[in-house]
Write a protein that binds this ligand. Sequence first.
Ligand SMILES: *[C@@H]1O[C@H](CO)[C@@H](O)[C@H](O)[C@H]1NC(C)=O
Ligand SMILES: *[C@@H]1O[C@H](CO)[C@@H](O)[C@H](O)[C@H]1NC(C)=O
Ligand SMILES: *[C@@H]1O[C@H](CO)[C@@H](O)[C@H](O)[C@H]1NC(C)=O
Ligand SMILES: *[C@@H]1O[C@H](CO)[C@@H](O)[C@H](O)[C@H]1NC(C)=O
Ligand SMILES: *[C@@H]1O[C@H](CO)[C@@H](O)[C@H](O)[C@H]1NC(C)=O
Ligand SMILES: *[C@@H]1O[C@H](CO)[C@@H](O)[C@H](O)[C@H]1NC(C)=O
Length: 938
Amino acid sequence: MAPWSPNLVVRSLDQFLLFSIILLFLCSSSTCFATSGEAEALVKWKDSLDMNPTTHSLLRSWNLNSTTSTSHHHHNTPCSWVGITCNDFGSVINITLESSNMKGTLHNFNFSSFPSLLTLNFYNNSLYGSIPSHIGNLSTLTYLALDSNHLSGDIPSQICLLTNLRFLWLERNYLHGFIPPQIGMLVSIEFFYAHSNNLSGSIPVSIGNLSKLTNLELNINKIVGSIPSEIGQLKSLTFLHLFDNQLTGSVTMSIGNLSRLTELELGGNKLVGSIPNNICLGGKLSWFTAGDNNFRGSIQKSIRNCSSLVHLSFVGNQLKGNISEEFGIYPNLDYINLSSNKISGKLSENWGQCPKLKMVNISNNKISGRLPPELGKATQLQKLDLSSNLLVGKIPKELGQLKLLYILELQNNSLSRTVPIEIGMMLDLETLDLANNQLSGPIPMHLEYSSKLLHLNLRNNKFSGNIPFQIGNLLSLEDLDLSKNLLSGKLPLELGHLEKLETFNLSHNNLSGSIPSMFKELISLTSVDISYNQLEGPLPHIKAFTEAPMEALEGNKGLCSNNPSLKPCPTPKDKNRNQAVIAMIVSISSILFLLFIIGGILFVCQKRARNMDEPRETKTEAFFAAWNHDGKKVHEEIVEATENFDSKYCIGVGGNGSVYKTLLSTGQIFAVKKFHENDGIDHQQAFKSETSILPKVRHRNIIKLFGFCVHTRYSFLVYEFMKLGSLVKILSDNEKAMELERFKRVNIVKGLVNAISYLHHECFPAIVHRDISSKNVLLDDECEAHISDFGSATTLDPDSSNWTPFAGTLGYSAPELAYTMEVNEKIDVYSFGVVALESIMGEHPGDLILSLLSSPLHAVDVLLKDVLDQRLSPPKRQIADQVVSIAEIAFACVRQSPQSRPTMKQVSQKLSTPLQSLSVPFHMVTIKQLFDSPTWTT
Ligand SMILES: *[C@@H]1O[C@H](CO)[C@@H](O)[C@H](O)[C@H]1NC(C)=O
Ligand SMILES: *[C@@H]1O[C@H](CO)[C@@H](O)[C@H](O)[C@H]1NC(C)=O
Ligand SMILES: *[C@@H]1O[C@H](CO)[C@@H](O)[C@H](O)[C@H]1NC(C)=O
Ligand SMILES: *[C@@H]1O[C@H](CO)[C@@H](O)[C@H](O)[C@H]1NC(C)=O
Ligand SMILES: *[C@@H]1O[C@H](CO)[C@@H](O)[C@H](O)[C@H]1NC(C)=O
Ligand SMILES: *[C@@H]1O[C@H](CO)[C@@H](O)[C@H](O)[C@H]1NC(C)=O
């Protein structure tokens, strides 16, 4: 009845086509049917599954009532059922039901019913039970995927009857028992995956017959015995994954015959002997892992020339040998892990010639000598771990060029000298561990630029000096260990900003003073150790301190707390006396206030009519008159309005103080800057600068100071309130940055030019601000720029030398300040250039400036339009001209040599002269063009 016999096996495509044609001819006027039984067999199996709603709806079509439209016969064909494909004779060739959440066993699957089946794919379901031995009845099968199920039991030896099988996927099940010794019968097999099971026994020697095998993955099982030498006969093998088994013995030398091998993974076994020296003879090996075995001896020479390597791991063996002799140059290598071996020798500069290296771990070996500066050329490096070796010498500054580095571990060596500032400027760094070396000098304050730092460990070195307050800017920091150094001075209260800090160790230093009360803001802190310092005074009122064990607090000078290990703090004795002191101070402050107003009036600054705003005296007097010239009242009112400087009114924190928004009873809003509690000479100096210089200047683009108060514990300054806050804050907020349109930004830059030009050229003596940064540019509600924070400002007195210690903000300060303390106007010009670029680019131009300075050639192709703030639409017409003009000016301002920077007067003139139209269209202007633009006439 059926036009063909089920025993007829179609072997080749040609035969198949011929056969189809004959068949179509024979059947042209009637309908063809496959052997009966396929549909019934499928439904029978379906009915045996553990039905859940998903399976039920998925297999709805598996129904003996559903017949194809051509069928008027009693036979049911499953060819239109989900997951089923038939050949032209209506016989099932493909059953594929992937990731279908099917639960059940294969025991009711009648493998004899599918004489033409080529593909059986149940990948990623929940089939359980064993694989039935009848699976061997699927004699035509080429593709069997039972991976990612819950199958258990042995691999039935009958599977080896599937001599047409090319792909066998059994991985990610719970199969146990041996790999059938008859596996060599699967002569067509190309992919054999059985990893991530519970297979035991050894690898059958018959595996050597599988001459078409390209991928063999038996990793993550419990396979024992040695790797059979027959494996060397697998001429087509490209992937051999045997890791995480219990293989023993040494690796067969025949492995060298696998000339197509690209991945060899042997890690996590119990292999012994040496790494075979012929392992890379084929020249294709790219992935070689042999970690966590017992390999001994030296790494053989074939690795040295194995330039195809991409990934190499020998971690956790007992390999010896000299690293500089046994490793060469690998143009494609991106991962190398040699840690925990006994490798010696020095690091050669070759590592810098592996341009794709991302991860290097050579920790815990016997590497000696210095760190080669050439490592800085491996610019893709993300992780570098050279800890626990015998390295000496300094940390090369070239490591700072590794801009993608996020883990740098150099602990447990003998590195010495100071840490180069470049190490602090790796923007992606998350872990920096330099513990247990002999590093000295100050803790690099530039670390503040590594703003993603999570773990900073400098324990047990010879770092000295103060803890830089900039560490308080590392807002992601979770672990900070500065213990066992020679650190002295007071604890910077800025560390109180480290809200994510969990562990904090300062023990065994020479730190003194009291613990800043700001430390109570360390809300994530779980473990603290401040023992063996000279600290005194009360502990901050947070659990980590008040419940710290005695060992974490002992060895200090005079700490007090309600912590049971310490003596309680004295309670304030005489409140009235304190009040008397405050009253006195307040009345002194009233006098100062008056003096300051008089000083302001008397001060002579040349004025240009257009810079004149309403006279400041009027406003100041109005402010002051509201309290009948009563300084005490002013003070009280401000303390009251800010609820004793409650943090909810705080609108900004700077190096010297915090700024509070203050609404006074008169209805006026002011910004009150409260200097950090009087404990630093720097703060006093800043207060002095600000109160002596600011009253003398009068310019619409410079913040107005209305008055100040001096108090025993703190001092504060009263300024006009700037509604929009600082430029940096706006630029870092996408929404606000988008509202700050290009013409507003151009206007801000112009305002800055006017203000700085006024300070430099119209005041006598000239005033240098010294800390121009986007943090100190405040915007009022009309987006008009106002320069603030004159805490570092100084006058250029012609009669005295202008040498002062460093001030300013990193990233904005002129490069010459690294080697000179001489102050002149050009340092403001530089900072202005940075802020101007930041305004038009929307972000700090640090990298751009660095790349221009280090290799201007790279800038050739960079278009101006591509570095502008991309959150805004490209500028048009006049605004485009002005943006180009600002960029050109700004690039001149950030020139390396102070002499070649323009003066602010020149900048002002250039910006106010009518613009010539651009010689090239805006979208073609390159950075290089601007950078090289004609020098300024001086
Ligand atoms: C198939 O059809 C018969 C009668 O036509 C009906 O009784 C039976 O329920 C149907 N079965 C299914 C699974 O729909
Ligand atoms: C089998 O069928 C599935 C879809 O049902 C299809 O994705 C797959 O390519 C088919 N396999 C072969 C070998 O034709
Ligand atoms: C496995 O199947 C489930 C559904 O049963 C699906 O959610 C999941 O994404 C699948 N996993 C993979 C790796 O295909
Ligand atoms: C399986 O199918 C074959 C062929 O259709 C049939 O002869 C046999 O009886 C079936 N076996 C069972 C257990 O149903
Ligand atoms: C199916 O496989 C079983 C187990 O290997 C075997 O006993 C039986 O003879 C096979 N049936 C056919 C039709 O090949
Ligand atoms: C693997 O097999 C061992 C015995 O050989 C057994 O103790 C263990 O439970 C099995 N693990 C799994 C996940 O089946």
